[in-house]
Design a protein around this ligand. Structure first.
Ligand code: ZN
Length: 390
């Protein structure tokens, strides 16, 4: 990935933690913010004047499936083809201001290859943090043997987690704690991985300082995930009060993937996963589940589930729009899409806010996103990645 040096005058600096500071100067050296000052800075190369603008951290969409085709391509595609599609989907996200992505469902080496090609500067793309293949029970996602990391028992789960972490440098671990609406042969609320299997994966990930994301719906699967020490509950319909309390006390994160569910709602006429969401009772719980979590002060992160049918990579920001529609302030939504999403991937020391020591991934907006969340997409003027203007 290319890196740049520059100085930026921000008429308004949206830090990413809810605060907005007036008249700040950022000094960026080799892609990293090394100085934030009240006075003009020189010596960093080109100087950019964004007076009257709002400079905010790049968005982080912490849950996508880059290799999927949101148009529902019915063809069975090769891994190579999926990797090329992944590059394109990553690039589309970057163009609209997603400067970091969490990739939560690879196949083979596909998403590792996309990540490594971006990091090595072979192709342009956002920072990619990838889990590789999801860890699931036998047949938990597909009926095709070997299409996922299928495990049986704690030892086999531990071995697979170690392979992902050690051979592939997986950036986090994704667990299938329950069935899924996208896997029609499963019940979305049916528990899958056992507590022991998940705990083994959690231990291995935490030994490496990596996070564990648990896909789950339903009381039992969420309870199993929390008991095993999972850090991020993905989807999470049927959160009980006890779950919410436990998550708040332990600073755990909810990634409600609202864009996916609201997208399904908007496409019910197409059937498939869209209507299955309603038929399985997941949809009716979605809004009240989110509102209860928000009211309880749970840390909530952006994560779109991009790549699912009709869940495109050109409008990831809608996740934040739905959060605001269901009760978040725009300032909270900005934090969900920046700092909280960084926390969900354990990358908050390098991205997620605009502070000294972090990468210069910036969006320049004409309007204030903390007052009106749609400013992020209606008034986006520039995307800067690693100190380089796109
Ligand atoms: Zn997903």
């Amino acid at each position: 990935m290319k890196s740049g040096s520059l100085s930026v005058y921000a008429g308004n600096l949206v830090v990413g933690d809810g605060s907005v500071l007036k008249d700040k100067y950022l000094g960026v050296s080799d892609g990293v913010i090394v100085e934030v000052s009240d006075r003009p800075l020189t010596g960093y190369g080109d100087e950019y004047d964004y007076s009257g603008k709002y400079v905010m951290p790049g968005l982080i969409d912490a849950h996508v499936h880059l290799r999927y085709d949101p148009h529902g391509d019915p063809e069975k595609r090769s891994h190579e083809y999926q990797a090329i599609r992944g590059v394109e989907n990553a690039k589309k996200s970057l163009e609209i201001g997603i400067t970091s992505l969490g990739e939560a469902g690879g196949i083979g080496n596909v998403v590792f290859a996309v990540r490594n090609a971006i990091n090595n500067g072979v192709v342009l793309g956002p920072r990619l943090y990838v889990s590789g293949e999801m860890i699931t029970i036998t047949g938990g996602r597909t009926k095709v043997p070997g299409e996922r990391k299928e495990v049986n028992g704690a030892d086999s789960a531990r071995k697979v987690a170690r392979e992902l972490l050690m051979y592939h440098n997986a950036d986090f671990i994704k667990l299938g704690a329950t069935g899924a609406i996208s896997s029609a042969h499963t019940g979305p609320r049916h528990p899958q991985l056992s507590v022991d299997e998940m705990r083994a994966c959690v231990e291995e990930a935490h030994n490496c300082g990596k996070m564990v994301h648990g896909h789950c719906y339903g009381e039992k699967g969420i309870g199993n995930s929390l008991e095993a020490g999972v850090d991020v509950i993905v989807h999470g319909q049927s959160l009980k009060d006890g779950h919410i309390r436990h998550m708040v006390e332990n600073k755990l994160i909810l990634m409600p993937t609202l864009k996916a569910f609201c997208g399904h709602r908007d496409n019910l006429d197409k059937g498939g996963v869209h209507t299955r969401m309603v038929d399985t009772g997941i949809w009716p719980e979605t809004e009240q589940n989110f509102r209860r979590a928000l009211e309880a002060g749970l840390t909530i992160s952006m994560g779109t589930d991009g790549g699912m049918p009709d869940d495109h990579f050109s409008n990831n920001y809608l996740d934040l729009k739905y959060m605001v529609e269901w009760g978040m302030t725009p300032g909270q939504a900005v934090t969900a899409g920046t700092l909280n999403a960084a926390k969900s991937l354990a990358i908050e020391n390098t991205v997620g806010t605009l502070e000294v020591g972090k990468y210069a991934d910036l969006l320049v907006l004409g309007k204030n996103p903390v007052e009106e969340i749609s400013s992020i997409w209606t008034s986006l003027e520039k995307v800067i990645l690693n100190g380089v203007h796109l």
